[in-house]
Design a protein around this ligand. Structure first.
Ligand code: GUN
Length: 288
């Protein structure tokens, strides 16, 4: 069994991004990512500060804007408009979820599609589905890179995605069955209403677990030698302590899988690395 080391692959991607940042900076363009947080959720605060630290590590300019979580929604839309209009900002990320009084779809539509480094704007979603992606969403793109790093080519294989979220399930399914490198798999999407889930997952050469249910994928649900990608980040109480687990029961499945991503240290670092990748792509395209 191979542990797919997301930290190592992400470090390689960051190193490539750092080179691109240097090249662009020499050409007079300083790539910049703006993060916007309208939440007092400690997990969201941590995610955003990690993204800002990542910017610093690759020499990229990071800008952060906090919007009070009980401020009127207009304040967030105005913030986005200002960042859209600022030619020195190339990528904009509004950390989700936003408070209930803010319309998430309106937020996603408000971001200039050319600066939408999450790839969540309907125009960018449409382009991805149409096989002409501008920004591949970070987690699905990271998964493709992890599969490539593990020498797993999805072409012609059975891939089963568990979870149908807009952020992971839907886009990774599209990438896996789509044409092109890292695609061409026969892809099934399972979700909370799927009957006989294990019958589907047992057929899979590649299982992507992205349902947000702690340790739901067990050894009896995967075939011998399968590649198992765990997207879950679930905080659970274990022996009186709070700990992070994925959607895969790692200890159980590791004995049977051919390759598996650990949690933490698998998909998580890749998501952040691909955000940096999308930001240099945005900067370079805005100055073409
Ligand atoms: N919240 C959880 N994951 C994400 C993500 O990938 N992007 C944004 N903007 N918010 C998130």
């Amino acid at each position: 069994m191979t542990d797919i080391d997301g930290n190592a692959v992400a470090a390689e991607i960051r190193s490539g991004v750092a080179d691109c940042v240097d090249t662009l900076t020499d050409a007079g363009v300083e790539p910049a990512l703006a993060t916007v947080l309208m939440s007092d959720d400690p997990a969201s605060e941590t995610y955003v500060s990690m993204k800002q630290n990542d910017c610093e590590e690759v020499g990229m300019r990071g800008i952060h804007v906090d919007v009070d979580d009980d401020a009127p929604a207009e304040e967030l839309y105005d913030t986005i408009d200002e960042l859209n209009d600022d030619p020195e900002v190339h990528g904009i990320l509004v950390q989700l979820p936003v408070p209930d009084h803010v319309d998430t779809q309106r937020v996603l539509r408000a971001i200039d599609p050319a600066k939408d480094v999450d790839g969540f704007h309907p125009e960018n979603v449409g382009r991805l589905v149409g096989g002409n992606a501008r920004f591949k969403p970070c987690t699905p793109h990271g998964i493709q890179r992890l599969l490539a790093a593990a020498d797993v080519d999805p072409e012609g294989k059975e891939a089963v995605v568990v979870g149908r979220s807009d952020i992971v399930g839907k886009p990774i399914a599209n990438l896996l069955f789509g044409r092109g490198e890292g695609g061409n798999a026969t892809t099934t999407v399972c979700h909370s209403r799927t009957e006989n889930l294990a019958e589907h997952t047992r057929r899979a050469d590649i299982v992507v677990a992205a349902a947000g249910v702690p340790e739901m994928i067990t050894a009896d649900m995967v075939s011998e030698g399968a590649t198992v990608i765990d997207v879950g980040i679930n905080r659970v109480e274990r022996d009186g302590e709070s700990t992070l687990v994925g959607d895969v029961d790692y200890d159980d499945v590791a004995g049977k899988a051919g390759a598996i991503t650990p949690v933490p240290g698998g998909v998580g670092p890749m998501t952040r690395a691909m955000l940096l990748y999308n930001t240099v792509k945005a900067a370079s395209e805005q100055h073409d």
